[in-house]
Structures are given as structure tokens and as C-alpha cells.
Design a protein around this ligand. Structure first.
Ligand SMILES: [Zn+2]
Length: 365
């Protein structure tokens, strides 16, 4: 990707389930059973708890509440965390491990042996999934170059598609150095592989995802062939795919195109890419807020030329989730310093949590 010139919102419902059985088993005499008594207070919705203790006049609603019981109750409230149940997180360690295996291939610029190995890796990873290999020939400054996009489809119950995309290759023009693109191409390839594992579980035994279909796209030729990025020498895979999907009508089914790029960085600082669709930015922001990840997102605005633009230009709601600030003074970007020690499972956990929550929020729209 490239950065030319340059630009920018969430609820707290208390969602505990109502308890089952405490009233029926003990006929409401909750003083007889510590467990049921505790359940009463950990399972009631917040507004009811509030009313119970602080209701009109500050008096409890139940006349059975004796002073000693009140004392015990307050003690329990102090000891019992009323916070929501522990949040489950995306497995960023798994994503990191996938990235490690993929990046171990080494440089994978178009036409290189490493690129062929990367293709074998992706093919093997998704051999039991609905995998499409989208082969095409790119017209590049060095002549025609064979390229290949990989599309993995997870069917959903709702009519429409959410695309998650990343590029997987490395730069042709960096072929003389050992540029392995751990963050740039590698980290997000690992991320999408781990997301695929989760989606695969959800469609086991012929089931479908609850929301829209999710398609994972591993696109080729995002990087320019020559050192200077131009609109015609870059984003070969996504330009090809957007054109093809425009021709066959697929484009009209895409609800959102979400691009992941360079977000394995240990020092995660995802910018607000200014050509991205406002409502998608707002949903990503809302998803980040759910996990308390606000500080990692959208602290600065910047326009970035990247794989989302062919979709933006065709009117598809799109977002580039990218951290273009990589290393001191961006010194790791497109250098042989872009190695596995610069990326982390923690950053990939953040990414995965936010991507999956964003999908859920899009499904609810
Ligand atoms: Zn790059």
C-alpha cells in the first residue's frame, strides 16, 4: 500500500440471563441456600438489582429481608463481581503461528519459487473448504505476470456476502533483499487462516453461518512491481476481482469489503483510512469499544492507496484496516526488518476480536 495525501462513534446493556429455579426449588426462601441466594443477585438484570436495593425510599422491596440478611447481602455484593461473564477472545496465538509458518516460506514475489510455495500452502490450508483459485494474467511494467487470488467461502443464512481480504505476496522490487513481509502480507494471512478455523466450526455438519456468507480473499499482486507505486502498477488482484465480480453480478451481493493490512505490528496503531466507508468505520469503532480496544484504533486520519480502492470505486462499502506506522520512523516498512519478532499474538487477538464483532454487527444491520 501507499499513502498519498489525506480524515472520522457505541452501548452498555446488562445482558445477564435470568436465573432458573431458585424460586421454585426453595419457594422463595432464599435465606436457606447460599448458592441460590448468590444466584439471585448475580443473575438479576441490573435495573432490577438497582430497584431492589435503592428502590423508592431506598427500602428493599421484600419484607423478608431482615437486617442481618441485608448485611450479608451487601458483603456478597462486594465480594461477587457483577461484571459480565469473562469475555472470550479470538485466538491470536494461533493466527501468529499460522503467520510464522507462512512467513517461513521466505520472499514470495510474483514469479518466484516462494510464491509457488505460498500458493501450495494456501491450497493445502483450505483443501476441505469451498476454495476457488482465481487465476489471471496481470499486465505489468515487466510484461505479463501470472497471478492467483484465493477465495474461501463460508455460506450464511442471510442473502449477501461480507468479504475479508488480505494480500499474501511480497514485493517484486524487493526481490534482491530478504524481504519476508512478516507484518506486510504475512500477519494478515495468518489472521484470516485463524478466522477461517472459527468460521469452519460454525458451518460443521452442513450448517450455515447465522448471518451473511463470509468470503475470505487472499489476493495477489497488491504490491507494485516497480519501486514507485502507481494506480496502474499495484492492486492487480483486487482490480481483477472487482472487475470480474462487477461483470457477473457478484458485486451487488457484497455488503462489506473489509481489508486487513499490516496489523500484526506489536505497536498497534490502526489509522482511520479516509477513503473508507463511514458506517463501516463506525461499526469497527463500536466493535473495538466493546473490548476496550479504543486506544488502538483511529487515533489519526490518513488516506492510503490499498486493495480496498477497486471496491470503493465501484460503490461497495469498504474499509482498510491498516497500521502504516511500522517501526521507528516507519523504518521496518518494506525492509528486511519486517520480521516475525515485530508482530505479536496480542495484536492479532485485537484484530480477530474486532473483525468477528464487526461481522456480527453487519449481520444485525
Ligand atoms: Zn507493502
Amino acid at each position: 500500500m501507499n499513502n498519498p495525501p489525506l480524515r472520522f462513534e457505541g452501548s452498555h446493556p446488562c445482558d445477564r440471563k435470568k436465573s432458573q429455579g431458585w424460586g421454585t426449588v426453595h419457594s422463595g426462601d432464599i435465606r436457606q441456600c447460599f448458592r441460590c441466594f448468590r444466584n439471585l443477585f448475580t443473575n438479576l438484570p441490573c435495573p432490577i438489582l438497582f430497584a431492589f436495593f435503592c428502590g423508592k425510599g431506598g427500602k428493599p422491596r421484600h419484607s423478608t429481608m431482615v437486617p442481618s440478611l441485608k448485611t450479608v447481602t451487601l458483603g456478597l455484593l462486594l465480594l461477587t463481581p457483577l461484571a459480565a461473564p469473562a469475555q472470550t477472545h479470538f485466538n491470536g496465538a494461533k493466527a501468529l503461528e499460522y503467520a510464522r509458518q507462512f512467513v517461513a516460506i521466505g520472499p514470495r514475489w510474483p514469479t518466484s519459487p516462494g510464491h509457488a510455495q505460498a500458493e501450495v500452502f494456501l491450497r493445502s490450508q483450505f483443501k476441505h473448504d469451498q476454495l476457488e483459485e482465481d487465476n489471471f494474467t496481470a499486465n505489468t511494467p515487466i510484461g505479463p505476470v501470472p497471478m492467483r487470488n484465493f477465495i474461501v467461502r463460508f455460506p450464511g443464512k442471510k442473502d449477501g456476502v461480507i468479504v475479508l481480504a488480505t494480500h499474501y505476496e511480497t514485493n517484486y522490487w524487493l526481490r534482491k533483499i530478504n524481504f519476508v513481509g512478516a507484518n506486510d502480507g504475512g500477519s494478515t494471512t495468518g489472521l484470516l487462516m485463524a478466522i477461517a478455523d472459527q468460521l469452519r466450526e460454525q458451518i460443521a455438519n452442513g450448517k450455515k453461518l447465522d448471518g451473511y456468507s463470509v468470503w475470505l480473499v487472499f489476493d495477489d499482486g497488491e504490491e507494485s512491481i516497480l519501486p514507485t507505486w502507481t494506480d496502474s502498477d499495484s492492486t492487480y488482484g483486487t482490480r481483477h476481482l472487482a472487475a470480474k465480480w462487477a461483470r457477473d453480478g457478484t458485486l451487488g451481493r457484497i455488503k462489506a469489503f473489509i481489508l486487513a493490512d499490516m496489523i500484526g505490528d506489536k505497536d498497534l496503531d490502526i489509522q482511520r483510512e479516509s477513503q473508507s466507508t463511514d458506517w463501516l468505520v463506525a461499526l469497527v469503532r463500536q466493535a473495538a469499544k466493546k473490548f476496550g480496544y479504543e486506544r488502538y484504533f483511529f487515533q489519526k486520519d490518513e488516506a492510503v492507496s490499498d486493495d480496498h480502492l477497486p471496491f470503493v470505486k465501484r460503490g461497495v462499502p469498504s474499509i482498510d484496516v491498516i497500521d502504516l506506522d511500522y517501526g521507528p520512523n516507519n523504518s521496518y516498512h518494506h525492509t528486511d526488518k519486517d520480521t516475525m519478532d515485530k508482530i505479536s499474538a496480542h495484536s492479532l487477538t485485537i484484530d480477530g476480536d474486532v473483525f468477528l464483532e464487526t461481522i456480527r454487527l453487519i449481520d444485525l444491520r
